[in-house]
Design a binder for this molecule. Structure first.
Ligand code: HEC
Length: 173
């Protein structure tokens, strides 16, 4: 029994030393243009999904789905999001293509199938260790939900809202 416990302790010490050496030697890549290890990808996705499941609000959207709110959301998107997530042409800016994790071009890879509460969580809190900022301190609750309404209904805009969306300048210069 004693040697069994010693064996476990020795294994733990070796693992901890291995992790410490990997970090201090720079073997865990810190650059944005490196491919992540399978372990890093697994841990990041798993933890993000679990956090969203726990924290994303499930109550109905607190503002009405009106053209005024959607168009306000489009303007907020143009100023705060298009640099990374692109305009209606879905052409990635230089910022977007150099980011790790990549920022999805939302006109092509939108979030219209996601629940509003999940989209709200992304915009309010951002995603740690990626380029996705948290807007909880810079946008009001109303503005956060206006952006959410736009993203949720991006594929079914009224002609007026669609015109405003098409007028957002391409992010690719
Ligand atoms: C500096 C770049 C940057 C800006 C600005 C930015 N984002 Fe992001 N965003 C990202 C990145 C990178 C990801 C991917 C994060 C990941 O892989 O988990 C992301 C992810 C998202 C997602 C999740 C997409 C999905 O497929 O699940 C949503 C929704 C989102 N952003 C919305 C917004 C909105 C709305 C704004 C503006 C209010 C915004 N982002 C501004 C970089 C940015």
């Amino acid at each position: 029994m004693k040697s069994f416990i010693c064996g476990i302790l020795a294994t733990l010490v070796v693992l901890a030393a291995g992790a410490y050496i990997s970090v201090t030697m720079g073997w865990v890549p810190a650059n944005a243009d490196a491919n992540p290890s399978a372990l890093e990808t697994w841990a990041a996705h798993k933890s993000l999904r679990a956090t969203i499941k726990r924290e994303a609000p499930t109550a109905p959207v607190p503002i009405a789905l009106t053209d005024a709110n959607v168009i306000a959301g489009i303007k907020l998107y143009a100023n705060n999001c298009a640099a990374c997530h692109g305009a209606s042409d879905a052409k990635a800016s230089n910022i977007a293509s150099g980011l790790f994790q990549h920022a999805p071009q939302l006109a092509d890879h939108g979030v219209t199938d996601d629940p509003e509460g999940k989209i709200y969580w992304f915009v309010k809190h951002g995603v740690r260790l990626t380029g996705m900022p948290s807007f909880g301190d810079s946008l009001t609750e109303e503005q956060l939900w206006q952006v959410v309404l736009f993203l949720k209904h991006m594929d079914e805009l009224s002609p007026k809202a669609d015109k405003a969306w098409k007028a957002v300048p391409s992010a690719k210069l």
